[in-house]
Each structure stands twice: as C-alpha cells, then as structure tokens.
Design a protein around this ligand. Structure first.
Ligand SMILES: Nc1ncnc2c1ncn2[C@@H]1O[C@H](COP(=O)(O)OP(=O)(O)OP(=O)(O)O)[C@@H](O)[C@H]1O
Length: 233
C-alpha cells in the first residue's frame, strides 16, 4: 500500500523498495523534496543512500513504490522517456566529476544541452556563463586534466546546472577533495543551485556539511530513520 503524495513537492518517492537478491537496499522509503530545497542524505555505509538517489534520479528502477515529479508519475516511464527526463529535468554530480577528458571544460558543460538539441553557439554561451558563475571565468578552454580537483568538480556542477534542471542529485560530490576545497565547492554548488531554482539532494558522509543544510534525512537499514529540519545555515 502507498500513501498520498505531497502535491507541493517537486519530487516525491512513496514506498520505495529495492532488493538485491534477498537483501533489501531500500525497505520502504517515503520522501518529499520541495522546490528549491537542499537536503542532505546521511547514514551508515551500506544503508541505502546511493540506491535512494539513483532510484529517485531514474538511473535504476525500484522493485516497488512510486515516484512523482511535479505530481506526475515517472517510475513507469519507458527507458527512452526516463533518459529524456534525466537529461531535461535532472542534473547529476558524482564524487569524481566524470568529465569527458577529450573535451574542454566549456564543451563538457555544454554537452547535456547539445544532446538535448540546443544549438552549439547557444549551448557554449550558456556553458561559459555558468563556468563564470562558478568562479571559472577564462578556464572554459582547459581540458579536465589541466584543472585542479576542485576546479574539475565546479565544471561538473556547471554541467549539472546549465540546462536548468528541477533537481540536482549529488553523490559525495566533495568526497575526493580536501576539507577546505570541499567546503568551497559545496558552497558553490548550493549557491548555483539556488540561483537556478533547483532542489538539491546530497548524499554525504560529512557531518559538518550535512548540518549546514536546512534538512537532513538519515537512512538506516534501507529506511528513513530520522529527519532533522532547520539545521543551522
Ligand atoms: N548493484 C548492486 N548489487 C548488489 N548489491 C548492491 C548493489 N548496489 C548496492 N547494493 C547493496 O545495497 C545496500 C545499499 O547500498 P548503497 O550503495 O545504496 O548504500 P550507501 O548507503 O550509499 O553506502 P555507502 O555510504 O557505502 O556508499 C548495500 O548493502 C549494498 O551492498
């Protein structure tokens, strides 16, 4: 049985279950993400955080449950529709930026727009704009190998935002960076997401980071264990 979705939410999951063999990665998760909201997802290793992120982001399918984007059910879409939706409505930032080494920073950022059918000139202009907002003015011609870890992650953030997605999914986005760079990069992500009006779901092991976000959802054994609202900004 599923419970009512929250109509104000941009993204809702209801009764999400994911099994690997006999193991439950998710054992029935309900979650609502409000427009423009930033949420930290925390919990012990293996508790189901990444599974939840990947299911909400349409990367993998749940075995049970429902997902709504702007009130519309999206978990039953075909692979092709889901892939379209991921490209149009979602942005992803992973621990390693997953940039294309052969492309410049600008081309990397423009890629989702180009794949979505935006013209090259317009996509590259938008890419330059977002790189500048993320403090990478003038670095658009650099290839990933020529950038520091923090700079490369800002390129990945710009790439996740350029097409103005509704929700950004970030899995340990600063996990490969030193503390200072990680904090700066996270601040850049949050400011840029707010600028774009995107909600952000961030999986993190970093307690300090989690506490700096307005809402923290703790996952334990595949279930929502606790939700803390109103952490110090
Ligand atoms: N592709 C897979 N095949 C089999 N088991 C998996 C797979 N992906 C995840 N699991 C299992 O599901 C459970 C939840 O994994 P998940 O990666 O979601 O946890 P997590 O909280 O993100 O962990 P971590 O903090 O270590 O990244 C774990 O027990 C994991 O071993």
């Amino acid at each position: 049985m599923t419970t009512q979705r929250n109509d104000a939410a941009v993204l809702s999951g209801r009764g999400l279950v994911k099994r690997y063999g006999t193991q439950h990665a998710l054992a029935g998760v309900d979650i609502d993400v409000q427009p423009g909201e930033a949420i930290a997802i925390v919990g012990p290793s293996g508790s189901g955080k990444t599974s939840l992120l990947h299911i909400l982001g349409g990367i993998i399918r749940a075995d049970e449950g429902e997902i709504f984007l702007g009130g519309q059910r999206i978990d039953q879409l075909s692979e092709r529709k889901r892939s379209e939706l991921r490209r149009r409505d979602f942005g992803f930032v992973f621990q390693q930026g997953m940039l294309v080494d052969e492309l410049t920073a600008e081309e990397n950022v423009a890629l989702p727009m180009l794949l979505g059918g935006t013209g090259r000139r317009q996509a590259l202009a938008a890419a330059r704009d977002w790189l500048a907002r993320l403090g990478l003015d003038g670095r658009g011609g650099s290839r990933p190998g020529e950038l520091s870890g923090g700079q490369a992650q800002r390129v990945a953030i710009a790439r996740a935002l350029t097409h103005r997605p509704k929700v950004i999914f970030a899995d340990e986005p600063t996990g490969a960076l030193d503390t200072r760079t990680g904090k700066d990069t996270m601040d850049a992500l949050l400011v840029a997401a707010a600028d774009a009006g995107a909600s952000v779901l961030i999986v993190t092991h970093d307690r300090e980071l989690a506490q700096s976000l307005p809402r923290t959802v703790t996952i334990r054994d595949g279930r929502v264990h606790a939700t803390a609202v109103g952490a110090v900004a």
